[in-house]
Ligand binder design. Structure first.
Ligand SMILES: [Zn+2]
Length: 187
């Protein structure tokens, strides 16, 4: 293993703490940081007061396709892309900052966060692996999360077309849509 400076090491510790505070699972820490597994487990215990949960990450790309999850995932991923491409953040910075902005948005719009940090991280991985893509909505022109080979034209996003049972969460969807549009405009 390459010998790293004390500063680099300290930066990784801070990054790990930030990720753990936001709810990252061990798999996220292990793939993003170069600290030893033992140190990350110790950090996890210190920050959370409990041992990290064991087991696989049971996520499939289909999870992001249900109505509410899709709106939340689209909001997060648009923010992530903006931070990475326009604000020139690194992947890890865009992940943590983007996720904080997402939580803030949920607080402002009085909606429960649907996407946890690990799901947000997995979402980015699915995009990197070309399993998912952003598709423009033909009504609001916002871009939403879709499967790689889904139709690209004349499709409507979940925020523009909420299912009738969505009632209570319609307000949250409208707020998310507005936010996504603002991000798209800023980009
Ligand atoms: Zn739309």
């Amino acid at each position: 293993m390459l010998k790293r400076s004390l500063t680099e090491d300290a930066q990784d510790v801070f990054r790990a703490i930030a990720l753990i505070e936001l709810g990252a699972r061990m798999q996220v820490l292990e793939s993003e940081l170069t600290l030893s597994r033992d140190r990350m487990i110790r950090l996890y215990r210190e920050v959370k007061g409990v041992s990290p949960p064991k087991g696989m990450l049971p996520f499939s790309a289909d999870w992001y396709m249900t109505w509410l999850a899709n709106i939340h995932a689209s909001l997060f991923y648009n923010t992530y892309l903006f931070l990475k491409n326009e604000a020139r953040c690194s992947h890890l910075e865009a992940l943590t900052k983007g996720y904080r902005l997402y939580l803030e948005h949920c607080r402002h719009s009085d909606s429960e966060p649907v996407l946890d940090l690990t799901r947000a991280w997995t979402l980015v991985r699915f995009f990197d692996a070309d399993i998912l893509q952003l598709t423009p909505c033909c009504r609001c022109t916002g871009k939403f999360v879709a499967h790689r080979h889904d139709l690209q034209h004349n499709v409507v996003c979940g925020a523009c077309q909420p299912p009738s049972r969505a009632g209570k969460t319609k307000k949250a969807a409208a707020a998310a849509k507005l936010e996504t549009a603002q991000i798209a405009e800023a980009a």
